[in-house]
Write a protein that binds this ligand. Structure first.
Ligand SMILES: CC(C)(COP(=O)(O)OP(=O)(O)OC[C@H]1O[C@@H](n2cnc3c(N)ncnc32)[C@H](O)[C@@H]1OP(=O)(O)O)[C@@H](O)C(=O)NCCC(=O)NCCS
Length: 123
């Protein structure tokens, strides 16, 4: 199991890094979950490789640990499944600390669209 987890981690690409700021907090002073989700969405979009993709669904999101102001978030992403019009992108967010703490994960369903916004097959 350990080996499998390790190879899955290696397949993931670091697609986005960001330093969290005071404006990104919730009333408890921790980083707002919606802020993290928007960064994951951007990471999924970047991994799709072009601007043809829109976010259709976000599944299985789990927030594992709180994030503090000044923490550097690292979004790792990989293509988990290629459908007809969709790509399922697994995104893991780690804090850049000694432990590389996993703080959030989720699956972003990205659908390829044409210039009229209709779903079209992946290339
Ligand atoms: C994207 C859009 C064009 C797709 O329209 P559609 O023709 O009805 O297509 P569907 O949503 O039925 O299916 C598209 C793909 O998404 C998949 N899908 C849809 N809902 C899903 C869900 N909840 N979980 C996983 N996959 C899902 C379908 O299985 C299909 O995949 P496949 O072609 O690879 O088999 C349309 O829904 C849209 O414009 N949505 C708004 C997108 C947007 O503005 N996003 C920005 C965030 S607000």
């Amino acid at each position: 199991v350990e080996k499998k987890q390790m190879s899955e981690e290696l397949e993931k690409e670091l697609v986005l890094q960001i330093m969290t700021m005071p404006a990104d907090t919730n009333p408890q002073g921790k980083i707002f979950g919606g802020f993290i989700l928007s960064k994951m969405d951007q990471a999924a979009g970047i991994l799709c490789g072009n601007y043809d993709y829109v976010t259709k669904a976000v599944n299985n999101v789990v927030f594992h640990a709180p994030v503090d102001i000044g923490d550097v978030l690292q979004c790792y992403a990989k293509i988990k499944n290629r459908g007809t019009t969709s790509l399922t992108i697994k995104v893991n967010v780690h804090v850049k600390d000694t432990y590389n703490t996993l703080v959030c994960e989720g699956e972003y369903i990205m659908v390829r669209t044409d210039n009229k916004g209709r779903a079209v097959p992946n290339e």
